[in-house]
Unconditional design. Structure first.
Length: 94
C-alpha cells in the first residue's frame, strides 16, 4: 500500500537523433485545358453555375470537372485544389 521510499531509477533511453525527412516534391499533376479553365474561373470567384454559363456547359459538367480536379490533387475541397494549382503554377493568379 505504501510507496517505496527509494525512487526507482530507470535508465535513460539511448540518444536518438531525429533527422528531418526530406520534403517530398509534389508529383506533377496533369490537368486538361478545361480543368485549368474551370479552376481559373473559380480562382476569380465564380460559382459553378457562372462557370457553366461562361464555358457553355452544364453546372453538373463543371462539378464533374471539379470532382476530377480534387481526385487528381487528392483533396476534398475545390479551394485547396485551387491553392495547390496556384502554387504549382498550373493556373495564374487573377
Amino acid at each position: 500500500m505504501y510507496r517505496s521510499t527509494t525512487a526507482s531509477i530507470q535508465p535513460l533511453p539511448a540518444q536518438v537523433s531525429f533527422q528531418p525527412q526530406e520534403c517530398k516534391q509534389p508529383r506533377a499533376i496533369k490537368l486538361t485545358a478545361r480543368e485549368k479553365e474551370v479552376l481559373q474561373w473559380s480562382a476569380i470567384g465564380k460559382s459553378s453555375w457562372e462557370i457553366a454559363q461562361i464555358v457553355e456547359c452544364t453546372e453538373a459538367g463543371v462539378n464533374y470537372h471539379f470532382c476530377n480536379i480534387r481526385r487528381k490533387f487528392g483533396v476534398r475541397s475545390r479551394w485547396i485544389a485551387m491553392v495547390m494549382a496556384l502554387e504549382q503554377g498550373l493556373i495564374q493568379t487573377p
